[in-house]
Write a protein that binds this ligand. Sequence first.
Ligand SMILES: [Zn+2]
Ligand SMILES: [Zn+2]
Length: 178
Amino acid sequence: MSTVAEMPVTRDPNMYFAGELGMEALLDRVLVIEDEFRSGYECMHCHEKGTLKCDQCEGSGKHRAIEHAKCSECNGVGKLQCPQCKGKGMLLEIPDAAKRRPTSGQIVSLGSEVKNVSMGDFVVFPNFCGEVYDLSGIDSGGVEQTVVLRIIKEREIICRITGHLKLRRVSHKSEVTG
Ligand SMILES: [Zn+2]
Ligand SMILES: [Zn+2]
């Protein structure tokens, strides 16, 4: 359409983009990208993929001895179903309702009245606050990604956290063993 203005070459750093859609926090609000839900029951055997590389053909799908023949182990696919999770990538299925538990994320846009947190901070916030948007788009590598964007008020933030990736890994491990 000729009426649509051209996208500016430089993008406002306070604007969060999911594809062509840009969103910016106003006043006392912040935009937070929620952390991915980790149940602690992700299959580590296949790294949540549900499949493993076929040993027989080392992923090529080709027969080792007979030229132009398929690998008999994986039927030419090169991958086999993970025996640990039976292809689900999860050792236990978590209902969607229960997935709305974690509530940490990273700030990607700040309103003009926000004083106590900064761009890029990791924060914890209550489960039920603000407005939640599921956004999907194609990343720079051409892979479809979905992010959960939440718009909350600064005063709803419980605390700022650091060392948070390490923390998540620890809690993940204890959930598996405990
Ligand atoms: Zn698995
Ligand atoms: Zn194979």
